[in-house]
Write a protein that binds this ligand. Structure first.
Ligand SMILES: [Zn+2]
Ligand SMILES: [Zn+2]
Length: 389
């Protein structure tokens, strides 16, 4: 099957034996992306056969789309009650948030509708996975690729952990709402997507050198979605609908592709290990950290630089991620493009190049350079470049 010919709305329910040897399945029932699609919320719920809604929102997402969603349910006569997380800073997916969401559930509730992005999506997914109730996400920011994912990154006992979750039953990503998201959230989503250039290179490297499972179709699907975003990079600054739609589609497809191959290879490599390393460091000091996707974009610049340094040792003809293109796209879109811009110190930067790979057992350019004994020298060379002035 040529996945690159499908639109995001064609993926729900897909199941087919692929040339890679695996049967790919997409367990999401509905994907809606486009201007005004929030209006379909009552029909989406009807289609899922549910009628008692727990509606989750926080102080920010309520204004973005929560009031609108509540109005639509009221008009359509759908029984619902809301749980509003009142907060003046970004909500964290910790015990307090998860517990409060669980405590808000009533016996009659048969669906959870989350209005939000990262944290509320993960909260609803966790609730859904543990209670068996389906959940629907009404996206408020194209900031990360977790909408169509099946795992929940949470903060438990102050530590970042990933718990198993489930797919949302439906995703409603109204680009009219998404384009109004705060600019750092738009650039974060873009960074998370541009990071796929590096992630896909790592996947291919693991395939070439380690014989790791690889699906050319899923990789191709992701590469095409990334390319579309790259071509529309400049439009993001202007909140251009087309640019926002490309990023939203790519973020949703990243989740779909991960689900199809059964791991996060199509969307995550060393660039995510950098982001994770910096996040854990900030958490350990009780400090705020940059948005995930903004760190991932910078991680991709570092990864691509490492690929350039590794080029003489890589298999003949191995396609390097295009560092120049990654940099120019991030700059055009207004995303951070270097570790200094994120407030990463030189010391932390050096440490992350040397140790980010320890975050998980996954073969990437970092492990390749480590195996060659080249990583320490590359780390110093890069630090000199990024922290020259
Ligand atoms: Zn395949
Ligand atoms: Zn990501």
């Amino acid at each position: 099957m040529d996945l690159t010919q499908l639109r995001p709305a064609d993926f729900p329910g897909l199941s087919y034996p692929c040339a890679c040897g695996r049967t790919h399945r997409v367990g999401i029932r509905q994907i809606h992306i486009g201007g005004g699609c929030i209006g379909a919320l009552p029909q989406v719920l009807e289609g899922l056969g549910v009628s008692h809604v727990l509606l989750l929102a926080d102080s920010f997402t309520r204004k973005a789309a929560g009031d609108k969603a509540a109005g639509l349910l009221r008009e359509a006569g759908v029984a619902f009650h809301g749980k509003l997380f009142e907060t003046d800073k970004p909500l964290v997916p910790d015990e307090r948030t998860l517990g409060a969401a669980l405590a808000a559930l009533e016996p009659d509730d048969d669906v959870v509708v989350a209005v939000g992005s990262g944290t509320l999506n993960d909260t609803a997914r966790f609730l859904s996975a543990r209670t068996g109730l389906p959940y629907v996400i009404v996206a408020t920011a194209p900031s990360m690729d977790g909408y169509a994912s099946t795992v929940c990154p949470l903060i438990l006992d102050g530590q970042k952990v990933t718990k198993p979750g489930v797919y949302p039953a439906a995703i409603l990503a109204d680009t009219g709402i998404l384009r109004e998201a705060p600019m750092p959230m738009l650039t974060a989503g873009f960074g998370d997507i541009i990071g796929k250039y590096a992630a896909l290179a790592d996947w291919q490297l693991a395939y070439a050198l380690q014989g790791e499972y690889y699906c050319a179709e899923c990789a191709g699907l992701m590469a095409q979605a990334v390319e579309k975003c790259a071509r529309n990079a400049a439009g993001l600054r202007a909140r251009d609908s087309r640019a926002v739609e490309c990023v939203t589609e790519a973020l949703v497809l990243a989740g779909v592709a991960m689900g199809m191959v059964g791991n996060s290879r199509p969307a995550s490599g060393a660039e995510h290990h950098f982001s994770h390393f910096w996040e854990v460091d900030a958490l350990s000091r009780g400090e705020a950290h940059p948005l995930h996707g903004n760190s991932v974009g910078v991680g991709a610049v570092i990864s691509a630089s490492l690929y350039e340094m590794a080029a003489p040792y890589l298999p003949d003809g191995f396609p390097l991620p295009d560092k120049g293109r990654i940099l120019s796209c991030l700059k055009e879109a207004g995303s951070p493009a270097g570790p200094k811009e994120l407030g990463i110190s030189r010391g932390l930067f050096l440490e992350s190049v040397l140790h980010a790979m320890e975050i998980r057992e996954r073969f990437t350019i970092l492990r390749f350079l480590d195996r060659q004994g080249l990583l320490p020298a590359c780390a110093v060379e890069l630090a000199n470049r990024f922290y020259s002035e």
